[in-house]
Design a binder for this molecule. Sequence first.
Ligand code: FES
Ligand SMILES: [Fe+2]
Length: 368
Amino acid sequence: MADRSPTSRLVDMLAGRPPGPRSLGAQVQRARTYPPVHPKGWYQVARVADLDRGEVVPVRLLGEEVALFRTASGAIHALDGYCPHMGTHLASGGTVEGECLQCPFHGWTFDGQGAVRDVPYQDLTPRICARTWPVCVAYGLVFLWHGPVDDDGRPPYTPDFWPELDTDRFVLRGRYAPRDIGMHLSEFAENAVDVAHFPKLHGRMHIPWTRWHVPGMSVFHVADWKVDEQHPFLSHFLNDATLGFRGKELPQTGAHADATFVGPASVVMFRLTVRDLGDVMIAQTHTPLEAPGDPLRLRVRFTWWSERRMSRFFTHYIVGNWVSQWWQDVGIWENKVRLEKPKVVGGDGPVNKLRAWYGQFYEGVESP
Ligand code: FES
Ligand SMILES: [Fe+2]
């Protein structure tokens, strides 16, 4: 996941997208106002298509180095990036041997559970384990779990709630990799209940994928947020959006959004239903990198599907509308702080209720 190309930067500039946080110094100061950047949850680190059988790649997550590898049988495992023997980076020259990963320095071999399977220069295999990360593959994406696990090493849930995406009904239509964003992922969740910013920030229609307004066109929102009744670690942001022209609503233009926050909004799945045309699904994932000197650096990835009967072009149009609105928020998120006691007034949404719900994602995880 390399830095942006000059072409991507030019596209961002032409589309009017915000250039990024004002300074790294401000980022460090802003970070102090937030809780740690690593609540417990599932984090996307790769796409399955990026990882061939027999390949190992380095990924960065929450300030940690991880060696992600795919075995000969196709299984995907994640080990701590640094070999427990003498600290060599396992993804820098390491090789996949069958179902195991071999360190490039002394040739120790580790299986997917981190156990040492072979030391080439002695018969005795030490009972040493490399640290592992639970992996889940869903929708062609690879997720790692950060947080407590049960006695069998299993996380409390997996993020694969939408099996229909792996059926014939839906077709993968595209993906989008914006530049890294300087924000804490809790802001994304908080934004959903902050209904008072909708008219000001999201009340105008944009040319899809850009921040340029369409003259005369407005967007009206009716939004709600609720915790999932079956799974308390899920919540739903519901929004009915209607277009307007010169301030008058055009009721026949309505679209309904149900965005499910999986855990701390590290994974968010949007279901956008357009009347008579079908559903578009967007997986928006947030992965804090916790880069040195850049504590709020967040990697955001969009992947989307639509029902087979909906055209690729129209899907792209719908997703582009959402991405335009998302960039509107980015311009705010990248320069704001978190107030411990915001001065919430009657017309604001349930910000404190959201914060109370969000607190569960810090239970049982270590602080740095
Ligand atoms: S450092 Fe990895 S085998 Fe020695
Ligand atoms: Fe917003």
